[in-house]
Design a protein around this ligand. Sequence first.
Ligand SMILES: [Zn+2]
Length: 246
Amino acid sequence: MWRAGTPDAADVRRMRSARERLDVNPLVIHGNYLANLASIDPDIRAKSIRSFRGELDRAATIGAEYLVLHPGNHKDQPLQQGIAAFVLGLAEAADGFVPQGVTVLLENTAGSLHQIGSKFEELRMIRDLAARETSLPLGYCLDTCHLLVAGFNVATSDGLRRTVEDADRLLGLDLVKVIHSNDSKGALGSHLDRHENIGKGYIGEEAFGRILTHPGLRDKAFILETPVEDDAVARADIGALKRLSC
Ligand SMILES: [Zn+2]
């Protein structure tokens, strides 16, 4: 939803101590899914910029290291114009913001209709252009489901090797801070953004083992965004990642 509250100071303190106790590091939060900083519709654009500024402020307030953001949708305009609109929206939202340790991570997308950011070149272009408009620190988050359906074959060892090489060449692996580790209901290149539980989709357990232990990736923060019907399903996914990372 568009509306969001301000975090309560006592809640923030409780969360900080829970983080310490449970060793949650880094803390990664996700921008809301309605915001589209690439939009040229004046109403959506204004709401998106206001909403994203709220996300930045909350990230700083709660002490989050990373705020994950989708690069938006270039409906009704060419791709390059959408990228420019996104960058200007990002800069406007961040105007006067003091990062306090917050880095925004651009997430790769499934590349369904008009979605920006399914290609590494687009993510890189956003970061390069944004560097001229804002001092907001920017990195990347890679989603394994989105990679597969966008045409990066992370399900095979050869495909994973090429994907990591491309990511290093075009993005810089040191700027990839977070991996959204989701299996995929959609096949390679299908552009279908439907997450699946680990080992149940087109990526499969064996491939997750390779992803988790890849020398270029193993120090990244891995986060699950798989479908969760109940605690048992969530525990099974966490258990699978732990087992496969050894
Ligand atoms: Zn994701």
